[in-house]
Design a protein around this ligand. Structure first.
Ligand code: C5P
Length: 206
């Protein structure tokens, strides 16, 4: 069984994906980490975030295990990830790794922006996790503040809106709900309620 979880920044799709993976004993790939790793490596090496050829070469040689997941979670790395993710050459360089993961014999859970549309259109279960920009900004603000990043809630909301616009407006694999995905709007739900709803969606599909 392939479970595809897509949705915008800070929608809680990671929480849903991890819970479903644990529940069904499936491996989980947070594909945002791949783009974040490319963004992080590009920032560290001082690469131009528009140099598609250099960034694609970086993405092609990427070893996710070499990165500290914590270092990938910062606001600036998320912003760099969203910029490099708009480049078709970078997306192409990361495609095989993601498709291979989805094709694992026992199945898999993947979360990102284009799992149900591009990476695994054949997925048995597709969930589009979303929430209002304000609810997502409040969550991301809490997360970043807990990490000790000095941010304001207003600037986090602006970042979320900018990322939404870039992720949805890009020509290459834009963030869009697959026609056969079930939408899970968790604006008014707790994380536990969101997971419970996702389990119902899976149960109805298998
Ligand atoms: O989900 P997360 O915020 O970690 O993703 C970081 C960025 O990576 C997103 O803003 C998006 O631009 C990009 N991304 C993508 N396709 C995916 C996963 C992430 O374009 N499948």
């Amino acid at each position: 069984m392939i479970i595809a979880i897509d949705g915008p920044a800070a929608s809680g799709k990671g929480t849903v994906a991890r819970a479903l993976a644990a529940r069904f004993g499936l491996p989980h790939l947070d594909t945002g980490l791949l783009y974040r790793a490319v963004g992080f490596a590009a920032l560290t090496r001082g690469l131009d975030l528009e140099d598609a050829a250099a960034l694609a070469a970086l993405a092609a040689g990427l070893d996710l295990a070499a990165f500290d997941p914590e270092a990938l979670k910062s606001g600036p790395v998320g912003e760099a990830a969203s910029r490099v993710a708009a480049l078709p050459q970078v997306r192409a360089a990361l495609l095989k790794l993601q498709r291979d993961f989805a094709a694992r014999p026992g199945g898999a859970v993947l979360d990102g922006r284009d799992i149900g549309t591009v990476i695994a259109p054949q997925a048995e279960v597709k969930i589009f996790v979303t929430a209002s920009p304000e609810a997502r900004a409040a969550r991301r603000y809490r997360e970043l503040s807990q990490r000790g990043e000095a941010v304001s809630e207003t600037s986090v909301l602006e970042d979320i809106r900018r990322r939404d616009a870039r992720d949805s407006g890009r020509a290459s694999a834009p963030l869009v709900k697959a026609l056969d995905a079930v939408e899970l709007d968790n604006t008014a739900l707790s994380a536990a309620e969101s997971v419970a709803r996702a389990l119902e969606i899976v149960a109805a599909r298998i």
